[in-house]
Design a binder for this molecule. Structure first.
Ligand code: HMG
Length: 384
């Protein structure tokens, strides 16, 4: 059977950052609640000329600079913060990246899960035509109401992956475990810019799904838990990965590698929740920071509220130098974000951009792509 998986991976995030110590002070909360209780230090926040399209295009541009576009005939964009009810984010990115017309481009949605659905669909396409490669982008902006319990778990980010035969980075195993159940734990109605969430229910629904997906993986010929060197998890806040791992350890009776919870959350602690991109920024963080991973098996735990979960495993192929080659660039990108005061963040959070008004957005982002504004109800993007 052809080995298929993630050939290369790249990250992007938003221009601004909010320090959770500042937010804690403004909200009259002990900063330790955010930093230790939730495991978050900062969150990324988009400038007015940024959105999931600009972040996704930036991550993909950085990726394709290394890999080229040869063989790419499919672009899938996974997001739950799409910019239009009909036209997909993938089509905007297709143009920004100047891809040839002979590429199918479309969007997928199921809360934070759909990046994993896209990865599995991409593997299916490559299995059928091993000379094809698939560009998978996951990008989201996590927004909750101001002053709500979800506020410190906001964030923004994008991950682009090239899925190919004989992958250089991570070969994904054929077996996976899945679980779906209709739960009203988190959703965003069409007329709302912020998510509606039942925090307590969302945590128990996530943990139940981890258990169910693990049992399904076992029943479908997955590896033994002792063969998995490290797990990475969807991280709405990094403490959630600790809760999930503790639950998995309890269910399986295994002793799991808790060090990987640190190496797999370096970026997430600083970007905040990036919904569909969260698991894959955790994977990137693990690949960049965990020692002795080459040739070892990792577990990927995906959860999207509503709810769908999937547990994948894969073998890390790349050596340490290859895995770490862009680590300093990612850290530089996070260090280079422009800090917002809490009042400035609140001003941006409140701002809406109705599609009926022609608008030119101010030039703020340092990314290669920007959302230029609205003309005749259509969104316009440009390469900077
Ligand atoms: P909350 O009610 O503000 O927090 O909301 P809490 O009172 O439960 O405290 C949180 C933790 O901080 C607790 O630790 C406290 O003990 C600790 P835990 O018991 O959980 O281990 N704490 C402190 N620690 C140190 N020093 C202190 C201190 N004070 C308290 N002084 C909640 C928390 C997560 C519910 C809220 O942030 C929320 O609603 N977030 C959004 C929903 C969410 O992220 N759910 C996660 C699972 S669902 C999911 O992952 C899917 C999602 O990504 C969406 C999608 O799929 O699209 C969300």
């Amino acid at each position: 059977m052809t080995a298929i998986g993630i050939h290369d991976i790249e990250l992007a995030t938003a221009h601004h950052v909010v320090d959770l110590a500042d937010l804690a002070e403004a909200r009259g909360v002990d900063p330790a609640k955010f930093q230790k209780g939730l495991g978050q230090d900062e969150f990324s926040f988009p400038a007015p000329d940024e959105d999931v399209v600009t972040m996704g295009a930036t991550a993909a541009h950085r990726l394709l600079e290394r890999t080229g576009t040869e063989g790419v005939r499919t672009l899938m964009f996974a997001t739950e913060t799409g910019v239009d009810q009909s036209k997909s984010t993938a089509v905007y990115v297709h143009k920004l990246l100047d891809l040839p017309g002979e590429v199918r481009s479309f969007e997928l949605k199921q809360a934070c899960y759909s990046g994993t659905g896209a990865l599995q669909a991409a593997i299916g396409i490559v299995a059928r035509n091993p000379e094809e490669r698939v560009l998978v982008i996951s990008a989201d902006v996590a927004r909750y109401e101001m002053n709500s319990p979800g506020e410190p778990t906001q964030g923004a980010g994008a991950v682009a992956m090239l899925v190919a035969a004989d992958p250089a980075l991570v070969e994904i195993d054929p077996a996976s475990g899945v679980y779906s159940e209709d739960v009203d734990d988190f959703w965003r109605p069409n007329d709302s810019t912020t998510a509606v969430v039942d925090g307590g229910l969302s945590i128990t629904a996530y943990l139940k799904s981890v258990e169910k997906a693990w049992k399904d993986l076992e029943q479908h010929g997955g590896p033994s838990i002792s063969d998995i060197k490290a797990f990475v998890y969807h991280q709405p806040f990094t403490k959630m990965a600790r809760k999930a791992q503790a639950h998995l350890a309890q269910v399986t009776g295994a002793e799991l590698n808790d060090g990987a919870l640190d190496t797999g959350s370096v970026y997430n602690r600083r970007m905040g929740n990036s919904y569909t991109a969260s698991l894959y920024s955790a994977l990137t963080s693990l690949l960049h920071h965990e020692d002795d991973l080459t040739g070892k098996r990792v577990g990927l735990v995906s959860y999207g509220s509503g709810s769908v979960a999937e547990m994948l495993t894969g073998i890390v192929k790349a050596d340490e130098d290859t895995r770490r080659r862009v680590r300093d660039k990612v850290l530089g990108m996070l260090d280079g974000r422009v800090r917002l005061s809490v009042p400035d963040y609140e001003g941006l959070h409140e701002k809406t951009m109705p599609s009926a008004d022609d608008t030119d957005t101010p030039r703020v982002t340092g990314s290669p792509f920007r959302f230029a504004g609205i003309r005749g109800r259509a969104r316009h993007y440009e390469r900077v």
